[in-house]
Write a protein that binds this ligand. Structure first.
Ligand code: MN
Length: 249
């Protein structure tokens, strides 16, 4: 039986991780190793400057006082004696498409799994907030089975976004482009101190054919393969011809 590490960034008590863990139990031996608190938009942070601890709820549930990446690192290297065969992260409450993957703790957990050499998938459900986690979960299960059967190349992970109900099928996609509102709310507290609330506006994406956003918007599960090598190889050829001078010349 395969061993599956289930984590997320919404916290161990969230609806999405329960739906995902229930589904994964049909495929393998599931270890839920997830943050005690919500850690959305924490990205790939690891806890290095503070002691990291966890609470073992039972043999298969571990509440980590840390980030999603901490959960995967601790889970793979320490908690799960034999390494997991698969890391799955989610199902996140809200999508992680386009440029948002750079902020996402959900995706970062799958990146951490990939770095540690374990096939990894991030699952996110569109909606603000989404509600159809139970409908999404079997689709996640099928994708996990396919990954176990067909194997992912290294270092590649899958970033999956699902529509919130009435799912029509799958589409293989590229990352889209998000339009950020670049909005900052400036608010004064009762003592006159100013504080700021960033990024509160409704999310919007460019309508790019073949993108994650278009797939989910049209009712399809979006599957985007992500590669960890972010090098821009096309531009590398051009920047080689730039004229960088040594400071003393
Ligand atoms: Mn989240």
């Amino acid at each position: 039986m395969i061993k599956i590490l289930v984590t997320n960034d919404d916290g161990i008590d969230s609806t999405g991780i329960r739906a995902l863990a229930d589904e994964m139990r049909k495929i393998g031996d599931v270890f839920v190793i997830a943050p005690a608190e919500e850690m959305s938009a924490i990205s790939h942070a690891l806890t290095l400057n503070a002691p990291l601890s966890y609470k073992k709820m039972d043999d298969r549930h571990y509440k980590i006082f840390g980030t999603p990446s901490d959960c995967v690192y601790l889970g793979v290297v320490n908690i799960m004696k034999d390494r997991p065969d698969l890391v799955v992260s989610g199902i996140n409450s809200g999508c992680n498409m386009a440029d948002d993957i750079t902020y996402s703790g959900t995706v970062a957990a799958a990146i951490e799994g990939t770095i540690l050499g374990v096939p990894s998938i991030a699952f996110s459900l569109f909606g603000n907030p989404p509600t159809h986690f139970d409908e999404a979960a079997p689709w996640c299960g099928e994708i996990a089975k396919s990954v176990m059967e067909s194997r992912l190349p290294k270092p590649t992970l899958l970033n999956v976004n699902l529509p919130d109900g009435n799912i029509k099928g799958y589409r293989m996609t590229r990352l889209g482009v998000r339009r950020y509102s670049q909005n900052v709310d400036e608010i004064r507290d009762p003592r006159g101190k100013t504080y700021y609330w960033i990024g509160g506006e409704q999310a919007e994406w460019d309508h790019i054919e073949g993108s994650d956003y278009v797939a989910v918007n049209e009712g399809y599960v979006s599957i985007t393969p992500l590669h960890l090598d972010l090098t821009d190889y096309k531009f590398l050829k051009e920047i080689e011809h730039w004229n960088f001078k040594n400071p003393d010349d």
